[in-house]
Design a protein around this ligand. Structure first.
Ligand code: FEO
Length: 388
């Protein structure tokens, strides 16, 4: 199914309706890999699709032109959800040169061992394709060292690859065709799970993009922004700056209910202090959904009982994920119950320290079952540090 974005510029990607796991990220709405075909004096394909959706992309291209006529293939990003079909399309588009960043060339050579005709570009470079120009801005680490964006000034069109994406499979292509709340929820989830560690690089990229006249952003995943361009750019600024709300996320797992009691006592304190919160029991909540909540939360509570001198495996997996994504400017409190060893709280705090969280109070732990007195003490300590 081909969609014309602008006159002579088409979406020719693939829709991954069944995708539910994107290296650990729960993609409950599936995804798309967006490839774009620009028909001008030169014919340009911008990015490709995951290898198993190649036939869909090829069929889409064939509805518009003979793929042998492609002059350039822009590879904005080496990751295989966008380059996976490059070897196959190159077998047909034999004359096509590959336009990519310096790291893109290295990455594509390392992935595919092909000596293609590379046209390496850097920030400020521009290639005329007839009535339009392709301008390039390198955006290292948004999402890989090779990442770059392509801008077409005559169309006010930005093709930023991973940036501004969302994992949504849909027969609709544009933001005004889909519920805004769903779109923003998925854009936030995408940012939290993919882009969060690269806030500084995002801010640098936004500075450059700020100088461009953009009325459409066509990312490599999900829906194309044409109605809400300023809103998604503003959100990226906020997320990349680690701006948060007066909100807490209480993440925990429990063996016999003691750590859960503490989690719910923390919740009581938050209510008393008019701080909004989400209870996220790791038995029921996916870590990628928890990170999405943390994207806008100033306070993070993590609780685990001690199991075999450590934390519960669910908590361990969450901490590894959290440490990798490393949100900044958060205040975090560790808690948990124990029988004899009591190591869990220290393990959680070690991760908080490695990430650089503000830790206002030493981790709170109680032996076996916290009864009224201990829970009162727990609440007082949390209340004191939230109000101080
Ligand atoms: Fe959608 Fe970093 O690949």
């Amino acid at each position: 199914m081909v969609t014309e974005l602008k006159k002579g510029i088409y979406w020719v990607g693939g829709i991954d309706w069944d995708l539910r796991d994107f290296h650990g990220y729960l993609t409950q709405r599936g995804s798309t890999y967006n490839a774009y075909l620009i028909v001008d004096e030169k014919i340009v394909l911008v990015d490709t699709v995951k290898h198993y959706l190649y036939d869909e992309m090829l069929s889409n291209i064939r509805k518009i032109i003979d793929p042998e006529k492609i002059d350039y293939i822009v590879s904005n990003h080496v990751e295989m959800d966008h380059s996976g079909s490059l070897p196959m399309i190159k077998n047909i588009a034999k004359k096509a040169a590959i336009i990519t960043s310096p790291n893109g060339e290295k990455g594509l050579k390392a992935h595919y061992k092909e000596d293609w005709d590379f046209k390496v570009v850097k920030t400020g470079d521009s290639i005329s394709i007839g009535s339009r120009n392709l301008d390039f801005v390198l955006c290292p680490m948004v999402h890989w060292p090779d990442s770059m964006v392509t801008y077409i000034p005559e169309e006010k069109l930005l093709l930023p690859n991973d940036a501004f994406g969302q994992h949504i499979a849909s027969s609709q292509r544009f933001d005004d065709q889909l519920g805004f709340d769903v779109l923003m929820e998925e854009a936030a989830k995408y940012y939290a799970n993919i882009v969060l560690p690269f806030g500084e690089q995002v801010l640098k990229a936004l500075e450059i993009l700020n100088t461009l006249d953009i009325d459409m952003i066509a990312p490599s995943h999900g829906i194309i922004w044409r109605k809400n361009v300023p809103k998604i750019v503003e959100k990226y600024k906020k997320w990349a700056s680690n701006e948060t709300e007066k909100k807490a996320v209480i993440v925990y797992d429990s063996m016999w209910g003691s750590t859960k009691k503490m989690a719910y006592s923390a919740k009581d304190v938050l209510e008393e202090n008019s701080i909004s919160y989400r209870m996220m029991d790791l038995k029921h909540c996916h870590i990628s959904d928890i990170i999405t909540e943390i994207l806008s939360a100033k306070y993070i509570f993590v609780g685990s009982p001690t199991l075999n001198n450590g934390v519960l495996p669910t908590v361990g997996a969450f901490l590894v994920y959290l440490q990798g994504l490393a949100p900044k400017n958060r205040t975090a409190i560790a808690f948990g119950s124990y029988g004899w060893g009591g190591q869990s709280v220290g393990i959680i705090e070690d991760v908080f320290e490695k990430i650089g969280f503000n830790i206002p109070i030493k981790g709170l732990k109680y032996k076996y079952i916290p009864f009224e007195k201990e829970l009162g003490d727990f609440k007082d300590k949390i209340s004191n540090c939230l109000t101080s």
